[in-house]
Structures are given as C-alpha cells and as structure tokens.
Design a protein around this ligand. Structure first.
Ligand SMILES: NC(=O)c1ccc[n+]([C@@H]2O[C@H](COP(=O)([O-])OP(=O)(O)OC[C@H]3O[C@@H](n4cnc5c(N)ncnc54)[C@H](OP(=O)(O)O)[C@@H]3O)[C@@H](O)[C@H]2O)c1
Length: 242
C-alpha cells in the first residue's frame, strides 16, 4: 500500500512495485485521478482506495477496508508530503499546522491506525517513509517543510524499537532534488534551465538530479530480506547535496 500514489513519486513507486504475485493498493484523495493511474498500471492486482491521510478518521476507515478485503499488509510506503508552503519567516499557526498535517501526521496517522486495526498480526510488515534531504536542512527548503521532515525522520528513528516488538520494521528514505516529467523541478528546468543547472552543479556533489530509479533501487533493497537487520535508519538518496 502506497500513500499518495496517483501521480508523482508515489505513482512511480507503485509502477515499480507492480508485480503479478502481489496485490498493490494505490491511494489518494481524488478518485478520478486514481482510476486513471490504475489504467496506466494496467494490472488486475492493482486496487484503488481514496483516503485523506491528513485525516485520522479517513485513515482509520481505509485500514478497516484493507483488513476486511486483504487481511494483512506486507509493505506500506508512506509517501504523502509536499514542500509547497510559505517561504521561511512567513509562517503562522495555520501554515505550521498544514505543513505538519501533510508531512508528519499523514505518516503517524497510518502507523497509529495500522497498530489499532492489525494488532494481532504475526507476520513481518515493512514500513518505508519518504522523508527529504530538507529534513537535514539541506537544499535550502522552506523552514516549515524542513522541520516537519526533520520530525518525521526522527520519529522513524525513535518509534522503530517499539515497532520491532510488533514485528514491524520501519526505515526512511530521504531523496534529494527529484526530477520527474511534469514535477516542480521539471517546470523550473523548462523556465530557467541555466539557473537550475548551475544550482545542480554547485550544490549536488554528483552533479545531477535524483532519478526515480535511485529511489526505487533503495525501496527494492528495503523491502527485500537483504535488509531485515535494518530498523530506524534514514537513507539519504541525494547525491550528497550541500
Ligand atoms: N519532488 C521532490 O523533489 C522531492 C524531494 C524530496 C522528497 N520528496 C518527498 O517525496 C514525496 C512525494 O513527493 P511528490 O513531489 O511526488 O508529491 P506530489 O507530486 O505532490 O504527489 C503527491 C501524491 O500524494 C497525493 N496526496 C497529497 N496529499 C494527500 C493526502 N492528504 N491524502 C492522500 N493523498 C494525498 C496526491 O494526490 P491527491 O492530491 O489527488 O490526493 C498525489 O498522488 C513527498 O513526501 C515529498 O516530500 C519529494
């Protein structure tokens, strides 16, 4: 199950995890977009569920539906998040709340309700949380986003020991600047190519954007048995960004 997977990074993760031997649940708030994304994935094992992960009740209802239909979840990718917020210094109470709802509570809601509804599960469940290098205050992102992601990465670290006692492994992946067709960075690149390329050359040691394969390769490792002794870690997939 992937949170926020009708487009963007979540959708690309869904395409990577699509596999005839497993069921795949893609989620977002917009039913139409989800149905469209399911068509693109084109698999009879792909299911769509609308859910607003920022709302606890909505996540509770989703977990109940999944429990009734599938009885278990092997892998959860908590992907919902966004750096679209006000610039540093312009924050107010509402901005803090919205940014934390999107980038922090969208994940804690999943874990809280997973624990409630799947409490007697005995099999190993893996949770991968999508953080950001902004969580380490790199990449010059807005403060509210950076702090929310910082809390998220620390939450993963701190909750991991408790979750281990429930047979759950949790780790995070923190991508750098991800270039995807149509996304923010793609639009910036079209608008001002030389400025963006200069930023990439000056601030990313590997002098290129993060590709979706860089993220998916990490996910493939974290969901495999090869990573079964890793818990509470944060993998930075950022080409060493300043
Ligand atoms: N893009 C980057 O360069 C970058 C870099 C580092 C980290 N990240 C992290 O990677 C993750 C994905 O980023 P992205 O750029 O791919 O995001 P995105 O393009 O904004 O995609 C967001 C996806 O999440 C869904 N969504 C948003 N809010 C939701 C909610 N409350 N409940 C359910 N679904 C929701 C959207 O569908 P609906 O709006 O229809 O619900 C969509 O499917 C985020 O956590 C982001 O912080 C991104």
């Amino acid at each position: 199950m992937i949170t926020g997977s009708s487009y963007g990074i979540g959708f690309e993760i869904a395409k990577n995890l699509n596999n005839p031997n497993n069921n795949l649940i893609i989620t977002s708030r917009n039913k139409k977009k989800l149905i469209n994304s399911k068509k693109k994935i084109n698999s009879k094992n792909c299911f769509t569920q609308t859910c607003d992960f920022e709302k606890n009740k909505s996540v509770h209802d989703l977990m109940l539906k999944i429990k009734r239909k599938f009885n278990k979840i092997d892998i959860i990718i908590c992907n919902v998040g966004s750096g679209k917020t006000c610039k540093t210094g312009d924050e107010n109470r509402e901005v803090w709340q919205k940014t934390f709802d999107k980038n922090f509570f969208s994940t804690t809601n999943v874990i809280e309700n997973y624990l409630k509804i799947f409490k007697n599960n005995k099999h190993l469940t893996k949770i991968i949380v999508i953080g950001s290098i902004a969580g380490g205050f790199k990449g010059n992102a807005p403060l509210s986003y950076s702090l929310a992601k910082n809390c998220l990465i620390n939450y993963v670290d701190q909750i991991s020991a408790f979750l281990a006692s429930k047979n759950i492994l949790i780790n995070s992946i923190s991508p750098g600047h991800v270039l995807l067709k149509g996304n923010n960075w793609h639009q910036k690149l079209i608008k001002n190519k030389s400025k963006v390329l200069k930023m990439v050359n000056n601030s990313i040691s590997l002098k290129r954007f993060c590709k979706i394969d860089d993220i998916n390769n990490c996910i493939n490792f974290l969901i495999s048995d090869n990573s079964n002794y890793l818990n509470g870690i944060n993998i930075k997939v950022d080409g060493k960004t300043k």
